[in-house]
Design a protein around this ligand. Structure first.
Ligand SMILES: [Zn+2]
Length: 385
C-alpha cells in the first residue's frame, strides 16, 4: 500500500471537528500517522505519494447510521423487492455498497438485512474481496408477526425473539434490531407491535454479551416502552413528544434521524396511505417533532434508511430543521462513530485511526451542501475515488 501525504486548505480534525488551515495528513500503512498543522514545514522522503488538495477541505469518511444493504429505495417497488431470493438480494447489496462508498460513506451501520447478507458482506469487505463501507451489522431484524418491518422477519412471543437474538449473537452481530411501530403513522394513536416481555428479552440477551440494542420506533407508547426496556438507540423518532425528548436526554440514549422519509415529498407520497393533503399534514407534524428534538440537543446519528448515496442530502435536511453544521457533521462522523462504538477505529481525523477520509470542494462547517461535492474518497489509506 502506498504511503500518502495529503495537503489541504482545511482539515476538520480530531473528535472536536476543529478546522486546521493549510495543513497536511500523513498516511502510513492505512492509518493516519501524522497531522501537520503547517504545510510549509513538511519535509518528507520521496517514497510518499502526494495528493494536492490545497483548495479543498478534508473531513472524516462519512458514516451512514441507518442502512440496509439489500433495500434500495432508489428502485421502483423497493419494499416488495425485499421478498426477492437470497442471490438477488446479495447482488443488490454489492451494488449499494459500492455506490455508497463512492459517495463518501466509508462506514455503514446496517439495521437489518435478510439471510445474514450484512454479516457475510462485513467479512468480505474486511478481507478486501468486495468494496464498500466498513460494516456494523445487526443480522436479522426482528419484527412482530402482525407488525411493520419489510426487512425484518416476523416473531411472536418472547421465546421467538430470544431464539433469533441468540442466533444473531452466534453469527457475531454488533447489535440487535427490533421493529416497534410503522414508519409514517397518523397521530394521535401510534400502533405499537411489541410487548414489554418481548422487548425485555432482546435487551437482556444483548446485555448478556455486551452488545447494544436499537429499535425502529416512530413514537407513541412504543417509544415509552423502548425507554423503559433500556433500548440504546431509537431509530426515526418522527413523532417524538416533548416529554419523550426530556426522557431520552435524561436516560442518555441515542436517536438516529432519517429525515427523507418525512421531508422528501417523492418518498412521503409513495409511502403514505393518505392523499396528498394528509401527507403534507403529517410532514408538518414530523418536522415540528424533529425540530424539537434537535433544539433540545439529543445525541444523534443520521441515516439514509436505504436511500443509497443520499447521506449528504439527509444531513442537509437535518441542518434545515435547525441543527448547527458542526452537529450535523458530527452526526455522520464523530458522534456516528460513538453510536457505533468504533470511535477508536474510525470516525475522526486523529493520529492512529484508520485513514478514512473524504476530500470536499468546500467546507461543510460553512456550507453544509459541500457534503454533496465529494472529490476524493480514501478508505483505510486506499484511494477509492
Ligand atoms: Zn430501516
Amino acid at each position: 500500500m502506498d504511503n500518502l501525504l495529503i495537503k489541504a486548505k482545511n482539515i476538520i480534525a480530531g473528535k472536536e471537528l476543529k478546522v486546521i488551515k493549510n495543513a497536511g495528513i500523513l498516511i502510513e500503512n492505512g492509518k493516519i500517522s501524522k497531522i501537520y498543522e503547517d504545510i510549509s514545514k513538511i519535509k518528507i522522503s520521496d517514497n510518499f505519494k502526494i495528493i494536492d488538495a490545497e483548495g479543498d477541505t478534508i473531513i472524516p469518511g462519512m458514516i451512514d447510521c441507518h442502512n440496509h444493504l439489500a433495500l434500495d429505495a432508489r428502485l421502483q417497488n423497493h419494499l416488495v423487492k425485499m421478498n426477492d431470493c437470497e442471490a438477488e438480494q446479495t447482488i443488490r447489496a454489492l451494488k449499494t455498497m459500492k455506490d455508497d462508498l463512492y459517495s463518501g460513506v466509508t462506514t455503514a451501520r446496517c439495521c437489518g438485512d435478510r439471510f445474514y447478507i450484512d454479516v457475510a458482506c462485513r467479512q468480505a469487505q474486511k478481507e478486501g474481496r468486495i468494496i464498500g463501507p466498513r460494516l456494523i451489522v445487526s443480522g436479522i431484524g426482528m419484527r412482530s408477526l402482525h407488525g411493520h418491518g419489510y426487512v425484518g422477519m416476523p416473531h411472536c412471543g418472547p421465546e421467538e425473539f430470544r431464539k433469533t437474538s441468540r442466533e444473531n449473537i452466534e453469527k457475531g452481530v454488533n447489535f440487535l434490531k427490533v421493529f416497534m411501530t410503522k414508519v409514517i403513522n397518523a397521530t394521535p394513536f401510534i400502533y405499537h407491535f411489541l410487548t414489554m416481555e418481548e422487548l425485555n428479552v432482546v435487551v437482556t440477551e444483548a446485555k448478556s454479551v455486551g452488545i447494544s440494542t436499537s429499535c425502529h420506533c416512530s413514537g407513541g407508547q412504543g417509544l415509552d416502552a423502548c425507554l423503559t426496556a433500556g433500548i440504546d438507540c431509537l431509530e426515526h423518532v418522527y413523532y417524538i413528544t416533548k416529554k419523550q425528548i426530556e426522557q431520552v436526554k435524561e436516560k442518555d440514549r441515542w436517536v438516529v434521524y432519517t429525515p427523507s422519509y418525512a421531508l422528501n415529498d417523492e418518498l412521503l407520497f409513495k409511502f403514505s396511505p393518505h392523499d396528498k393533503d394528509g401527507s403534507l399534514r403529517e410532514k408538518e407534524i414530523i418536522c415540528d417533532c424533529l425540530s424539537d428534538a434537535i433544539k433540545n440537543e439529543l445525541k444523534f446519528g443520521i441515516g439514509t434508511d436505504g436511500l443509497h448515496t443520499g447521506l449528504a442530502q439527509e444531513a442537509i435536511y437535518i441542518s434545515s430543521l435547525g441543527a448547527k453544521n458542526k452537529d450535523v457533521l458530527a452526526g455522520i462522523t464523530t458522534n456516528a462513530a460513538k453510536l457505533c462504538g468504533i470511535q477508536n477505529i474510525t470516525g475522526s481525523i486523529t493520529e492512529g485511526l484508520e485513514a478514512d477520509l473524504v476530500i470536499l470542494d468546500g467546507n461543510p462547517l460553512e456550507d453544509i451542501k459541500a457534503l454533496k461535492r465529494v472529490k476524493t474518497v480514501i478508505q483505510g489509506g486506499k484511494k477509492i475515488l
